[in-house]
Design a protein. Structure first.
Length: 545
């Protein structure tokens, strides 16, 4: 049987009229050129129409490629990126059978098919998609040489231009050579694309970890680290230098830990990046912390409080003086909760002043100040200056020493509301932590109004969650003590592109709420231990989310 012509198929599909087909075939430049190319140039069909018609003509599937599709690590390894880009092809292996589907822009390119078969050494079947969609998947899945337009991601505070040059690995010793390597096109593209991927995936930090023979790159999403495609080890020195240049760090210093920061913008969103380097056995480990101002929660209703606890928190926030402490480990969302409280408190008749190290997010209507220890402006000195500015509410980024704590408590005694954070594992431990750094019990009892301990928990992905029936052992491990567990409905994420196949998307906070009542104050003055305080708090403090 003779195969149908491409133009006839497009007419049958309703994508092309007979008059348009005739006009394209009569075009002076149509001779010797593929009909689909001529039709696209004249605007009669788009790439998607042409690819679907080609699939129907060759009787092979047309492969849908979703906008958020990212290849698995095993699929990326099947075809080198240079080959994937040259022939417009990707490999999919989804059913577990070992059969590989080659999604290709031109299934008639026999040389491309032979090249890929020799690389994969496996049974393959063909499918068709558009070149643009295939390249989009390559950009999301491959990192080393993926191209990214400068108007899509722009380094804000960088002075170095993208200079295309190259250098041998043996010559990476001098600073000038390192600068050249840092501005090499593959290095710039890798750093740019990784920053873009981190923003798209809502990552909080990026970890570069050099090993003996390769490099491990991981990003933290919703509190959990996951690996991404690493660069070649030969490029790692250039990547480290590139990040140091952007962060205004000393590229010649590789023996001591260094800190820096820079900004970049994506689609008009300004992203702050804090950089830390640490000398390790196989090279410098780099950690980039991503601070996305648009991801900051400023509405207290979205933080995770239940209605009853939110009402109690807002009632205490309305008190004219006292200290409110948020405790928990690093990365537990304490600062976000403080910002949400300040946003709720701000008003034209209220003077709010913060002192932070550093200022992570800018909140309109609030006076924010960063400490600078290098010039002697620490928390204690900043607080003394702030108190001369007649503030109503003060937010201290963290209480680290007795001097800062005592100034904050005296401010609370003289009619100021003070909000701050403290590193303890639970609410009752905050009192002993303050005593440990040298604060007198009478100051603690007289000034502390509320202590909230906070953690962040991952949320089951709404797009792929499925109802499950947990076993008795699972319930025991989870500590579910409800005598009627049948009243609960349990869900588990199956994994989907929206949640990067993890089953979780986003996080919410859970809290331990300890309001300092008169009986609690008496126990603090008596030097009661943490265990006794924890057992005595009763219904005044409970965990919720």
């Amino acid at each position: 049987m003779q195969a149908k012509r491409l133009g006839d198929i497009l007419v049958e599909l309703g994508r092309l009229t007979p008059d348009q087909l005739a006009d394209a075939m009569r075009a002076p430049d149509a001779a010797g050129r593929p009909l689909g190319e001529v039709l696209r140039e004249r605007g009669y069909v788009n790439d998607d129409d042409s690819a679907r018609a080609l699939a129907a003509q060759l009787e092979i599937p047309f492969q849908e490629l979703p906008d958020d599709l990212r290849l698995e690590k095993e699929e990326v390894k099947l075809i080198p990126e240079s080959v994937a880009r040259r022939y417009g092809v990707i490999a999919l292996r989804r059913d577990g059978s070992g059969l590989i589907t080659l999604v290709i822009k031109d299934p008639l390119d026999l040389y491309a098919l032979d090249t890929i078969r020799s690389l994969t050494a496996a049974d393959v079947q063909k499918a068709v998609s558009t070149e643009r969609r295939i390249l989009d998947v390559i950009d999301r899945s491959y990192i080393e040489e993926a191209h990214i337009e400068r108007n899509l991601l722009e380094i804000v505070d960088a002075g170095a231009d993208d200079v295309v040059t190259s250098i041998d690995e043996e010559e990476q010793g001098g600073d000038d050579q390192l600068r050249l390597l840092a501005n090499d096109a593959p290095v710039v593209r890798f750093v740019n694309l990784l920053l873009l991927q981190a923003v798209r995936d809502r990552a909080s930090d990026i970890h570069f970890e050099p090993q003996e023979k390769d490099v491990q790159v991981r990003i933290r999403v919703d509190g959990s680290l996951r690996e991404v495609t690493p660069p070649p080890k030969a490029l790692y020195s250039g990547i480290v230098t590139r990040i140091k240049i952007l962060s205004n760090m000393d590229i010649a210093e590789r023996r001591l830990p260094l800190d820096g920061r820079f900004k970049f913008s994506v689609h008009g969103r300004v992203i702050d990046v804090r950089v830390s380097s640490l000398p390790c056995v196989h090279g410098e480990k780099m950690v980039l912390r991503i601070l996305d101002r648009e991801s900051l929660l400023v509405d207290m209703k979205d933080v995770g409080f239940d209605p009853g606890m939110l009402a109690r928190f807002q009632r205490i926030l309305k008190q004219p003086n006292g200290i409110i402490l948020l405790t928990g480990p690093a990365g537990s969302g304490k600062t976000s909760t403080l910002y949400s409280a300040l946003s709720w408190l701000r008003a034209p008749d209220v003077n709010i002043q913060t002192v932070e190290d550093p200022v992570e997010y800018l909140v309109p209507g609030i006076n924010q100040m960063a400490v600078k220890s290098s010039i002697g402006l620490d928390f204690a000195n900043a607080l003394r200056a702030i108190l001369r500015q007649a503030p109503d509410i003060i937010m201290i980024g963290e209480i680290r020493d007795a001097e800062t704590a005592q100034i904050a408590m005296r401010a609370a005694l003289t009619g100021h509301l003070v909000l701050s954070t403290l590193h303890t594992n639970d609410s009752p431990s905050a009192f002993w932590r303050l005593r440990d750094i040298g604060v007198e019990p009478y100051l603690i009892a007289a000034t502390i109004s509320l202590v909230i301990s906070q953690r962040l928990m991952r949320i089951v992905c709404e797009h792929c969650k499925r109802q499950v029936e947990p076993s008795v052992e699972d319930l025991r491990i989870a500590g579910l003590v409800d005598p009627h567990p049948e009243r609960w409905i349990f869900y588990k994420g199956a994994g989907c592109p929206k949640c990067l196949q993890t089953g979780y998307r986003g996080r919410t906070a859970i809290f331990e709420f300890l309001e300092v009542t008169d009986p609690i104050r008496e126990m603090i003055l008596d030097g009661t231990g943490t265990v006794a305080l924890r057992s005595a708090r009763g219904p005044a403090s409970r965990t919720c989310g």
